[in-house]
Write a protein that binds this ligand. Structure first.
Ligand code: AMP
Ligand code: MG
Length: 402
């Protein structure tokens, strides 16, 4: 059985064979997409010397205390003035400065008397104050944003200022999601007998959507070899990049997925990883008309979700050069029971303690891989490495924020 790190490396290497295309989108549609071009400033930022305040533009002279008001300039309405030692122009924030401006005195710091601007009692000013120089934020031709980063809302104004009405982003990867199990019924069904609601479909599809990739719902199918095969063929004939199945990958009598993957010509790269939850995890490559990848996720709802987060989401984002995992170091506020030699990903509650200036984390009491109630009420996965047993209160652990 391979380790978490070995499995992750294999996935990472294989996924590199997916060469994602790019497409152009409108700036307004670029949020949470991955930038696929280096963006350069096509103009100076700011494009001209301008005022940082509503005030009076003057030519700096330390001995001047009053100036004749010769006109005004508001943002977008430049008027040509040339300042000398004794003149001032009323200027609004963002307005282009008149020639010879070497200071802007804020409105609050002056009094106006008989057409003259006078420094108010007790106020002083410095050379170059409240002036924003052309290109001081970014010069024309300089790299504004590197490719291979997530376009978050804080980057939109810069993209707009560089004239990017259209942005080149990577095409979203398309995931297919298929659940298997005789016990599954629709989530809007009344529960009776030995049936359960097919929740994995929903958790995995939304986990895909959460990082802004596309998911196609292939529904759920009973543990019938022929029926599963038909669904798998349908999925492989579609335009998905990655197929995610849940259930049927363990050693149960009706666990057909791995066998079917092989029958359909999928090259299995591994089928068990030394982790908890979710030891059975099948990863395969289907290379017929074009390359596709398959993950056979375990059926237990916590296992399938955790495996998606710790393997698939991270590896896919890294394919685009994005280090995704939000990992924080935290101190265990209670001891944890962990006796096996697997890498454990325990459900935990992480909290920042402002007095102590660090994070503390507490593992959920129950760690069953079927326990959706615990999963829904935690905010992280506590990583307990293979060689580590029973970490004690006060020990440091890494936590993956979910
Ligand atoms: P399996 O991996 O098929 O052996 O399933 C392991 C456990 O996960 C069983 O208890 C299943 O009933 C449960 N399970 C399988 N598929 C789903 C699903 N789509 N939603 C919720 N639970 C599931
Ligand atoms: Mg099953």
């Amino acid at each position: 059985m391979i380790s978490y790190s070995q499995a992750y490396k294999i996935i990472q290497n294989e996924l590199q064979k997916l060469k994602p295309d790019t497409e152009e989108v409108d700036l307004l549609n670029s949020l949470n997409r991955i930038l696929a071009e280096d963006v350069y400033a096509d103009t100076n930022l700011p494009p001209f010397d301008n005022s940082a305040m509503d005030g009076y533009a003057v030519k700096f002279n330390p001995s001047s205390k009053q100036w004749k008001l010769i006109g005004e300039i508001s943002a977008g309405n430049y008027n040509r003035f040339t300042l000398d030692d004794d003149s001032a122009v009323l200027i609004m924030t963002g307005s282009k400065l008149p020639a010879n401006t070497s200071a802007v005195i804020p409105i609050e710091d002056v009094v106006i008397e008989n057409g003259y601007v006078k420094l108010a009692e007790g106020k002083s000013f410095k050379k170059y104050q409240h002036i924003r120089k052309m290109g001081e934020d970014l010069s024309a031709g300089i790299l504004a944003l590197n490719k291979n980063q997530l376009i978050t809302s804080n980057k939109i104004s810069l993209l707009g200022a560089c004239g990017k009405a259209k942005v080149t982003v990577y095409r979203k990867l398309k995931f297919g999601v298929l659940a298997t199990g005789d016990e599954l019924v629709d989530i809007d069904s009344k529960i009776s007998g030995d049936k359960i609601r097919a929740t994995n479909l929903y958790s995995i599809i939304t986990a895909v959507n959460e990082f802004n990739m596309d998911a196609i719902n292939f529904g759920f199918v009973t543990d019938n070899k022929e029926k599963i095969k038909t669904k798998l063929v349908e999925a492989f004939e579609s335009d998905i990049d990655i197929l995610l199945t849940t259930g049927g990958v363990s050693v149960g009598k009706y666990d057909y997925l791995k066998e079917l993957f092989t029958e359909l010509g999928i090259e299995i790269k591994f089928f068990k990883v030394n982790i908890k939850p979710g030891k059975p995890l099948v990863f395969g490559v289907y290379n017929k008309k074009r390359i596709m990848f398959v993950f056979g996720l375990p059926g237990n709802p916590v296992s399938s979700y955790v495996n998606f987060k710790i393997f698939i989401k991270s590896a896919v984002l890294e394919l685009f050069g994005i280090k995704n995992e939000r990992i924080v170091k935290a101190e265990l506020s209670e001891p944890v029971t962990k006796k096996d030699d697997k890498r454990n990903f325990l459900r935990g509650m992480l909290e920042f303690n402002p007095e102590k200036g660090k994070y503390f984390v507490k593992a959920a009491q129950a760690q069953s891989s079927a326990d959706m109630a615990r999963l829904a009420n935690v905010n992280c996965l506590i990583v307990v490495e293979e060689e580590r047993t029973n970490p004690q209160k006060g020990e440091e652990v890494e936590c993956i924020i979910i």
